[in-house]
Write a protein that binds this ligand. Structure first.
Ligand code: E4P
Length: 218
């Protein structure tokens, strides 16, 4: 069970990576735009922080995406760099070429089991079904994760299911329960994973009782 953060906000990633619970980061053009920063400055800082797996999205035609993917891998290293391509004929062609060179590819914008099958055939390391956006369109985002994980398991496909576009902590648990290998989430969702009202109440009582114990033993 791996947890990735879905953001390009380096200080927030740094804070949560220090917990030892974060296995990687996914970015996309929207997240980079929101950061207001040069994408490659962001990637460099994440590499320097030691983030083990960083998804960097490429755009454009096949030639541009393939060249950009190869350049980014050369610049940031094969271990930490994952090239993110869209689930289109062009994206999957690029996925196939990069995968042949043992470059990790994350095929993004997956909305059906059929798309995930094609991405796996193209050699993807990860497929990213967009749970929240599927839910927004009134069909089951988590069922999509389940369907993809099931077919991969039955056919012993090595491509991993990276559940993306998650909106809440409940989605996180269910995505793993339904066979997702990795879950990527906004930092706000990760922060909420720690929280439970009964933990807060229980801790308050334990703290109070511990003070009582100390007052008797001193
Ligand atoms: C996945 O890699 C995407 O970056 C992301 O999860 C999309 O999430 P959104 O639907 O909340 O934009």
């Amino acid at each position: 069970m791996k947890i990735f953060l879905d953001t390009a906000d380096v200080p927030t990633i740094k804070k949560h990576f220090a917990s030892g619970l974060i296995d990687g980061v996914t970015t996309n053009p929207t997240l980079i735009m929101k950061s207001g920063r040069d994408p490659e400055d962001v990637y460099q800082e994440l590499v320097d922080l030691g983030i083990p797996d960083i998804s960097m999205e490429v755009v454009g035609d096949t030639v541009t995406m393939a060249a950009e993917g190869a350049r980014l891998v050369k610049k940031f290293g094969k271990d930490k760099t994952t090239i993110k391509v869209p689930c289109t004929p062009d994206g999957l062609w690029v996925c196939k070429q990069l995968s042949k060179d043992l470059i990790k590819v994350n095929v993004t914008l997956i909305f059906s089991q059929a798309q995930a099958i094609l991405a796996a055939k193209a050699g993807a390391k990860y497929v990213s079904p967009f749970v929240g956006r599927v839910d927004d369109n009134s069909f089951g985002g988590l069922c999509l994760v389940k369907d993809i994980a099931k077919v991969f398991r039955e056919h012993m496909v090595r491509t991993e299911v990276l559940a993306a576009s998650l909106r809440g902590v409940r989605d996180v648990g269910r995505a793993f329960e339904y066979g997702g290998d990795i879950v990527t989430m906004p930092p706000g969702v990760f922060e909420k994973m720690y929280k439970h009202i009964l933990t807060d109440q229980g801790l308050e009582l334990f703290d109070k009782d511990w003070k009582e114990v100390q007052s008797h033993t001193q």
